[in-house]
Design a protein around this ligand. Structure first.
Ligand SMILES: N[C@@H](CCC(=O)N[C@@H](CS)C(=O)NCC(=O)O)C(=O)O
Length: 205
């Protein structure tokens, strides 16, 4: 398998999952401005949508969409471990978390990555991110260590990556104590440390 990634981007989520599962894989970086991979390939020939992550399987099949990729990896390589079993209420709740992180929280960060965003629009975007963080903080407020309960799942990997962006935009996680504690819990995981080191990210990222 080969994961097409950009350091610190949402592709860090499947990268963490590949390492949590101890699977053999290669990494290839993508320059998102030029849409060119490190080996000089036009990335849009691999993922016509032009964004990371993309996971190329050993038979050449390419999977896209981070939430789909991490569920595929969990279901195929550790059924019922990094994602609850399909068809259960637990899985439906877990899917709710994954969808919220992808469609609400991840997307809420989008405007903040635009360096030309007007100050008022930036303030509105930050407030919107804050409202989404309120929701996830509440989900962790019953003392559970991870979104689905006691065990780490692929939804936690994705949430961790999105939380890591807050530091770049001056959003202080101290306002969300459960999320802050969650981030510290997840960053300490061996697979997370290894993925971050491989992407050249510091522990604080
Ligand atoms: N819906 C996609 C969105 C992926 C996405 O937003 N990727 C960002 C990095 S976090 C990217 O590659 N942006 C560059 C672009 O869209 O041109 C997914 O969840 O995988």
């Amino acid at each position: 398998m080969k994961l097409f990634y950009t350091p610190g981007a949402c592709s860090l989520s499947p990268h963490i999952v590949l390492r949590e599962l101890d699977l053999p894989f290669e990494l290839e970086a993508v320059d998102l401005r030029t849409k060119t991979t490190a080996s000089g390939v036009d990335f849009t020939t691999i993922n016509p949508k032009g964004y990371v992550p993309a996971l190329q399987l050993d038979d050449g099949e390419v999977l896209t969409e981070g939430a789909a990729i991490v569920q595929y990896l969990a279901d195929k390589h550790a059924p019922g471990t990094l994602a609850p079993a399909a068809g259960t209420v637990e899985r439906a709740r877990f899917n709710g978390h994954l969808n919220f992180i992808s469609a609400e929280l991840h997307k809420a960060f989008g405007p903040l990555f635009n360096p030309t965003l007007a100050p008022e629009a930036r303030e509105a975007a930050s407030a919107n991110v804050g409202r989404k963080l309120d929701v996830v903080d509440k989900a962790l407020s019953d003392g559970r260590p991870y979104l689905a309960g006691e065990g780490f799942t692929v939804a936690d990997a994705y949430l961790f990556v999105v939380l890591s962006w807050t530091a770049h935009f001056g959003v202080d996680l101290a306002r969300w104590p459960h999320l802050d504690a969650f981030r510290q819990r997840v960053v300490a995981r061996t697979a997370v440390q290894a993925a971050m080191a491989a992407e050249g990210l510091s522990k604080a990222a």
